[in-house]
Design a protein around this ligand. Structure first.
Ligand SMILES: [Zn+2]
Length: 260
């Protein structure tokens, strides 16, 4: 019972954190302050009251439209809140009330921000990568994967993961010119910091398979050509979340796939 209360509590915390992540996704690409300035409607610039800003609830209550000018609120707003809530709840369920939960959720928040900024702007911001990479690397031994090793080995695995992640993306960047951006190469390093070696290989595998499937789906339904290339960063970010939350399950599945 207490466990259920804890999971519900963490889900609600996640929805509230998701509300802040929306502010980050809105403002960071525009170079605006994350703490100063009141929230306002993007269409009519009317400041929003606290009752317009209740996560999920306000969107549903207002039926997805601004109270003042009836402009549509982007679907990303409730989506980020719902996704953050679900991931917080799932992480709490998996790792309980532990340091692991905190470390995993820190990475999850960074990855959600990267996912949605890249989706909307085809851009992975240097400031996000530069601030988060050292923090995530230092905390790796306390996370869901790193806590399986002693601290020394965990840090070796982080360094190997960063080198391999960066290296793999750099080779792809050079060989398939134009297929990826420089942000994707740096994102490779962050992936290694978040999941270490060898799990970073599983993350790449999931990302490549998922992006291939989505590309095929788009070609089938929209007749999309190379012009509408889908940004790759969201796949990288989502696959890292999958590896973090599945722990050894996803990695052992990946090993089984390639062992004969
Ligand atoms: Zn408005």
């Amino acid at each position: 019972m207490t466990e259920a209360v804890y999971i519900v509590y963490m889900t609600l915390i996640g929805v509230a954190v998701g509300s802040f992540l929306n502010v980050v996704v809105d403002r960071l690409p525009l170079g605006q302050s994350l703490v100063r300035g009141r929230s306002h409607c993007d269409a009519c610039l009317h400041p929003l009251a606290f009752y317009d800003l209740v996560p999920l609830f306000s969107y549903l209550w207002l039926r997805g439209r601004c109270r003042y000018c009836t402009a549509k609120i982007p679907w990303r707003v409730p989506l980020v809140e719902a996704v953050a809530g679900a991931l917080f709840g799932w992480t709490a369920y998996q790792f309980g009330a532990s340091l692991e939960t905190f470390v995993v959720l820190l990475s999850v928040c960074v990855l959600i921000v990267i996912f949605f900024i890249d989706l909307e702007h085809q851009l992975i911001l240097n400031v996000v990568l530069l601030v988060s990479l050292p923090v995530i690397a230092i905390l790796f031994p306390f996370g869901s994967i790193g806590s399986e090793y002693n601290a020394g080995e965990a840090y070796l695995r982080v360094l190997a993961g960063i080198g391999l992640g960066f290296g793999v993306m750099l080779v792809i960047y050079i060989v398939f010119r134009g297929a990826m951006g420089e942000g994707d190469v740096k994102m490779g390093a962050l992936m290694g910091a978040a999941v270490g070696y060898p799990q970073v290989l599983a993350a790449f595998f999931v990302a490549f398979v998922a992006s291939g499937l989505v590309a095929l789906g788009l070609m089938a339904f929209r007749g999309a050509g190379r012009k509408d290339a889908v940004p790759f960063g969201p796949f990288l970010a989502a696959s890292v979340i999958a590896v973090l939350l599945a722990r050894e399950n996803l990695y052992s599945w990946y090993l089984d796939l390639f062992s004969f």
